[in-house]
Write a protein that binds this ligand. Structure first.
Ligand SMILES: [Zn+2]
Ligand SMILES: [Zn+2]
Length: 304
C-alpha cells in the first residue's frame, strides 16, 4: 500500500534502517537472551510503528483473581490472515487494545494528513465507540439511524443472515428458531468499557472498524485466569504475543534495495505499478540539477 503524492515527493520514511537502529541492533549481540528478545521486539515494533513498546518501566500490580483474554486481530484485506495476537486483562479498557493495533491504513492516513481518530469495536450487539479525541465522530450513529428508518429492510437482511447455520444452531439450542429476534443494538464508550463488562463468545468473529472503512475481524480465542507464569506487571498488558512480519518489495531496477517509492502509469517504467528504491527512483525521474525529467504519479511505499 502507498501514500499518494505527485511527482515532487522527496520525504521517504520506513524501509531502510537508520544508522541509529543498526547500532542498536549490533549492540544486542552482547546482551543476554531474554533482554535480547525483548529489545529486538521493541526495535521491531518501533520500526513498523506499533505505538506501545513490548514492556513498560512502571509496575502496576495485578488484582486477583484476574482474567486474561487472548485476542486475535486479522488483516483488513486478507481476512484469513492473522496479523497480531494480544493477551489483555479482563479489567482492561478496550481503548488500550485499540491503541496497540497496528494497521498500515493509520500510517497512510497520517502521512496524507487525513488521520481520523474515530473507530469502534462491534462485539455481539454493542458498538464500542472511540470518542476520546474531540474531533472523533460516532461511526455507529448512521447505522442506528438506518436501523431506525429502515426497520423492514434491516429485519429482512437479518432474516437472510440467520436463515442458515445460525438459525439451525438457534433451533438446536432453544428448541425453536425465532428469525424475528432482531438484536437490540446499543453503543458504549470504548474508553469507559472493560472487557469484563462485555458479553462475548470465544472464537466468534467481531469487528474493528477505523479510518472510515478499514475493517478487521477480531476474535477472542481464549479466556483463563492469570497464573504465576504470566507477566505480573499490569502495565505490560495488552501484551503482544504475535506480530506478522510485513512483506517488503525490492526495487524493480537494482533488485537489491528495499522499495520505498511506487509509480503508477509511469511511461518509462517496466511495470505498472513499478517499485523503486530511493536511489533508482531519483536517478530515473530527476535530472542532475534536481528538476523533474517527466511528469508521473508517485507514491511513498511502505510494505504489503
Ligand atoms: Zn485497518
Ligand atoms: Zn534500486
Amino acid at each position: 500500500m502507498a501514500d499518494p503524492c505527485i511527482g515532487d515527493s522527496v520525504s521517504v520514511e520506513g524501509g531502510i534502517p537508520t544508522s541509529d537502529k543498526i547500532e542498536r541492533l549490533r549492540s544486542l549481540r552482547f546482551t543476554t537472551t531474554p533482554v535480547k528478545v525483548r529489545a529486538i521486539f521493541n526495535i521491531y515494533l518501533t520500526v513498523i510503528g506499533v505505538r506501545r513498546p513490548f514492556a513498560s518501566q512502571e509496575h502496576v500490580p495485578l488484582c486477583y483473581p484476574e482474567v486474561v483474554l487472548c485476542v486475535e486481530i486479522y488483516h483488513n484485506k486478507t481476512s484469513s490472515k492473522k496479523t497480531q495476537e494480544f493477551l489483555v486483562l479482563g479489567s482492561q479498557i478496550l481503548s488500550d487494545l485499540r491503541d496497540n493495533i497496528y494497521c498500515l491504513t493509520d500510517k497512510l492516513m497520517q502521512t496524507a494528513g487525513q488521520h481520523d481518530p474515530s473507530g469502534y469495536f462491534l462485539i455481539e450487539n454493542t458498538f464500542c465507540n472511540d470518542l476520546r479525541d474531540p474531533s472523533a465522530t460516532d461511526y455507529s450513529l448512521p447505522i442506528f439511524d438506518w436501523l431506525k428508518n429502515s426497520k423492514n429492510e434491516a429485519t429482512e437482511k437479518w432474516e437472510v443472515i440467520t436463515s442458515g447455520e445460525l438459525k439451525k444452531m438457534q433451533k438446536e439450542l432453544l428448541g425453536h428458531a425465532d428469525a424475528s429476534n432482531f438484536p437490540n443494538f446499543k453503543s458504549v464508550y470504548m474508553h469507559k468499557t472493560r472487557f469484563s463488562d462485555l458479553q462475548f463468545r470465544l472464537g466468534a468473529g467481531y469487528l474493528y472498524c477505523h479510518q472510515g472503512n478499514c475493517k478487521h475481524t477480531i476474535v477472542v480465542r481464549d479466556m483463563r485466569l492469570v497464573h504465576p507464569e504470566d507477566a505480573q506487571n499490569g502495565a505490560d498488558y495488552p501484551l503482544l504475543t504475535f506480530q506478522i512480519q510485513p512483506r517488503y518489495r525490492k526495487c524493480e531496477v537494482c533488485k537489491i534495495f528495499q522499495a520505498t517509492k511506487m509509480t503508477v502509469d509511469d511511461k518509462w517504467a517496466e511495470k505498472n505499478p513499478c517499485y523503486f528504491c530511493i536511489k533508482c527512483y531519483f536517478l530515473l525521474h530527476y535530472k542532475e540539477d534536481g528538476s523533474l525529467l517527466y511528469p508521473h504519479s508517485v507514491f511513498d511505499y511502505y510494505h504489503e
